[in-house]
Design a protein around this ligand. Sequence first.
Ligand code: GLY
Ligand code: MN
Ligand code: MN
Length: 439
Amino acid sequence: MTQAVLGTLYGDHLRELCARADRVLADHGFDGLIVGSGGLRYQYLDDNSYPFKPNPRYAAWIPDATPDCFVTYRPGSRPWLVFHQPDDYWYLPPSVPTGYWVAAFDLQVVRSPGELGRLLGAGGRWAVLAEPSAATAGLGDHDPAGLAMEFDYARAAKTPYEIECMAQASVLGARAHRAAEAAFRAGASEYEIHLAYCQAAGAREEELPYNNIIAFNTHAAVLHYQHLDRQRPNATRSFLIDAGARYAGYCSDITRTHAAGPGEFHALIAALDTVQQSLADRVRPGTDYREIHLAAHREIAGILVRHGIVAGTPEAAFETGLTSVFFPHGIGHLLGLQVHDVCGLAAGPQGGTRPRPAGHPYLRLTRDLEAGFVVTIEPGIYFIDSLLAAAAADGRGRAIDWKRVEALKPCGGIRIEDNVVAGAGAPRNLTREAFSATA
Ligand code: GLY
Ligand code: MN
Ligand code: MN
């Protein structure tokens, strides 16, 4: 992807954002929009800042976010970028941006964010999408609920530019996943795999979309396992890695599970991989995402029965809620500028909630899919002590083959996660595409 092509796609993306703003501002009676990148936050009683995490509503407009900058837009005019470049010798001031997107803006470089008000002048009713700050105090209404909701809701359907950025984030992620697996096979610890991952992704830790989940053995049964052991265990049976990358602000979110060698756990991974791909094939416009989640439970019930983990029929395992013991999270979520992108449960652009299926409290997306939606498909099978104990206590455990469970428990669990685009024709699986491109 050349910068020229990306620039053309970005131009279309920005036109879409401006058209969206024209509509939403008119609907809510505002004359213009101010979107702030956000400021640095400081650690308590300390002069060290936390890593800068830009306002995602700003990142939708600007690919490389810098603290205390603003996009301003009035319908009928070109958008402005008010770019904060402090005069500083403690920290290196940010360079005035260059690149495929900059020419679309009228650029105003300021030494202090407080110059925003002077630049805007008097008059007009502004909607401010930003956390309140000294720079925006008194300029307009901050995050007006109905207006912000409409912008957020629209973000689910990605523009071709956004999909291209996510394809690039997938390539970075796939490359780093390959390096991680090679490190695992070479005997690295969780921590060393993490370092190999960051190096291959070309990312420092704070640039990753979320903390890497790098889990050996029973750690893989902890859904968001957060540590990185420095020591490799004596017997390493399994390796689950949930790790992504960013490109121009957009995320990938990828999970792979590897067995140390052949055997039952390896066969279970292969079975879940087949199911995962059939679920990914359902990512099509018009599909109710809740149906994909429920289909995942039915398919996982089939695996559990075929592999002798659960007795009886797959239908019974589904109907009694037994599958939730082994698959206790949602089948996935919207993905974009945020890993769990906004408005997954929204009933419409004006708000309201589209309910989750009863008994499925962790599903993060309940909307009907539309062209341009990018979602994850991430089924799992885990052996989690507390959930198994609850099943034993409430009677569901009678259908569980406990010997099989005890044999598989030391491997922790399996998750396989791809990022998939709904559109005309077959779904586009960005993750599988990226693994093929980096083979
Ligand atoms: N990496 C977090 C998730 O898969 O949702
Ligand atoms: Mn995910
Ligand atoms: Mn993930």
